[in-house]
Design a protein around this ligand. Structure first.
Ligand code: SAM
Ligand code: SF4
Length: 469
């Protein structure tokens, strides 16, 4: 792969962003209310509007923003939460990202890459807990070429085990060249996710001192190349704690606007991980711009309002209490039952910590997370229907097509949840889940749709599987 940034220009106007953030502080309470209303009418916000929301410090106004984000989520997406698990394929890495346990200079990192047999064992271990959706994660190394990534994805799809299989694989890996993205697309991936880490170019250069990732522009242009290769299902993200979080949210918004302007389609998902401690990694113990819990909630709600159409991912990096609260502010996907060490699902050992990228905040099992979601009235969803039916960009459809959620998303969430319950759940989750399904099925307004869902649920109970609309 040849790294070339010829002709690539940054679309992050740093000086303008700083001005917008400074000007945002002057927004009045009524302006903030108007901005929230604009978002509730399903319009993406402009940078100046987002900057105004970000700059709010008054607790009452911040509360209005949280409430607005909650309302938007309920109104557009309802109460489904999509579940997935990360699958770490290999932690060899030629980059030196100062915050990451996998960086080349970390002597304490135990390096390993799954063999094909290991990968099958990991996939089986995940299938056995009920997972249907994965994100496969790779360090950056010549070993992990586009062909290698495509091969490993294929191995996962080919692994059928007992009562299940993985039905959607997303990717988090280094940016490729256009040809490489084409190869990976051909393996039938869902989302290709690349986090910019920080949108502040100066900071980026300091924190990524060597390796291919040291090029800010190569990475910034990564998702453009993916689009050019025909992958239109993309995930963006910023690693919170490297510089001012307000700047990072503005960067995410400018990235969104750039993709909209150039390709007519924005990101499928936005991620906003906070830095977690990592083995042998002093930087991650005390990130220079650590984001407080209050600011974190505020930034999640602001992202929800700023880009109403996008999916939002919250990972198990966060502790349980934060996860539970932030679900209210617009998050649509979470991972659960996660392990982030290479080979950890099938073989947890003494060395696990040394093979892990960082430390998780939420280590509950998938079943425990599902039980709690059901207790709080969320419908856990393993739906992969849009992707498999060729309806790419489901979040856009949920957002843009009236009635789409009622016709597809909620019924499919209920069906995939029922499948999970019958095949994988504990007795308490089964009971709580079936009660939730009954309540939710009764709420389906369209009588024909309700009857159809009930009949499919009955088929599911009788043993049919993988039913979807
Ligand atoms: N190597 C590829 C890359 O850097 O894009 C993909 C995999 S990397 C393991 C996935 C993401 O983990 C990175 O983009 C970064 O945002 C995140 N990450 C790295 N160190 C972290 C830490 N200490 N805490 C939380 N997230 C971290
Ligand atoms: Fe390697 Fe990615 Fe970690 Fe950077 S963040 S050291 S590229 S695995």
């Amino acid at each position: 792969m040849k790294i070339s940034i010829e002709g690539v220009k940054s679309f992050i106007p740093a000086a303008t962003i700083n001005e917008q953030i400074a000007a945002g502080k002057n927004a009045s309470a009524s302006q903030i209310r108007d901005i929230i209303q604009k978002s509730l009418s399903k319009q993406r916000l402009d940078p100046a509007e987002t900057a105004a929301l970000l700059s709010v410090t008054d607790p009452e106004l911040r509360q209005l923003i949280l409430v607005g984000a909650h309302e938007l989520k309920e109104k557009i997406y309802g109460n489904r939460i999509v579940l997935f698990a990360p699958l770490y394929v290999g932690n060899e890495c030629i980059n030196d990202c100062v915050y990451c346990g996998f960086r080349i200079s970390n002597q304490e990192c135990h390096r390993s890459t799954l063999s094909k047999q290991d990968l099958i064992a990991e996939t089986k271990a995940l299938v056995e807990t009920g997972h249907k959706r994965l994100i496969m994660v790779y360090g950056e190394h010549p070993m992990y070429s586009a062909e290698y990534i495509a091969d490993t994805v294929q191995t996962v799809y080919d692994t059928k085990y007992k009562k299940g299989e993985i039905r959607r694989v997303n990717i988090n890996a280094a940016p490729l060249d256009i040809e490489g993205f084409r190869v990976v697309k051909s393996a039938g991936i869902g989302t290709y996710q690349i986090f910019q880490e920080t949108y502040n170019e100066e900071v980026y250069k300091k924190l990524h001192p060597s390796g291919p990732k040291s090029s800010f522009l190569w990475r910034l242009d990564g998702l453009d190349r993916a689009m050019q290769a025909g992958i239109d299902d993309l995930g963006i993200g910023a690693l919170m704690g490297l510089t001012d979080w307000k700047f990072e949210v503005m960067g995410l918004l400018y990235h969104t606007i750039h993709l909209e302007d150039r390709f007519g389609v924005g990101p499928h998902t936005i991620s906003f991980p906070r830095i977690e401690p990592a083995n042998g990694t002093e930087f991650a113990e005390r990130p220079p711009f650590q984001v407080s819990d209050e600011d974190f909630k505020h930034l999640v709600a602001t992202i929800r309002l700023s880009v109403p159409y996008t999916g939002m991912i919250l990972t198990a990096r966060e502790p349980i209490a934060i996860r539970n609260e932030v679900l209210n502010y617009g998050v649509s996907q979470i991972d659960a039952g996660s392990s982030i060490g290479v080979g950890d699902y099938s073989n947890k050992d003494e060395e696990s910590k040394k093979k892990s990228q960082f430390v998780l905040g939420d280590t509950r099992s998938l079943d425990d997370v599902i039980f709690e979601l059901a207790q709080h009235g969320y419908i856990p969803s393993f739906c992969t229907s849009c992707y498999r039916a060729g309806r790419t960009g489901e979040h856009f459809m949920e957002f843009a097509i009236p009635g789409f959620v009622k016709r597809f998303c909620t019924p499919n969430a209920l069906l995939t949840f029922a499948e999970y319950l019958y095949d994988f759940s504990s007795a308490r989750t089964l009971q709580a889940g079936l009660e939730l399904i009954e309540r939710e099925a009764a709420l389906i307004e369209d009588a024909g749709m309700q009857a159809s869902v009930r009949s499919k649920l009955a088929e599911m109970k009788a043993g049919s599987r993988d039913l979807y609309y």
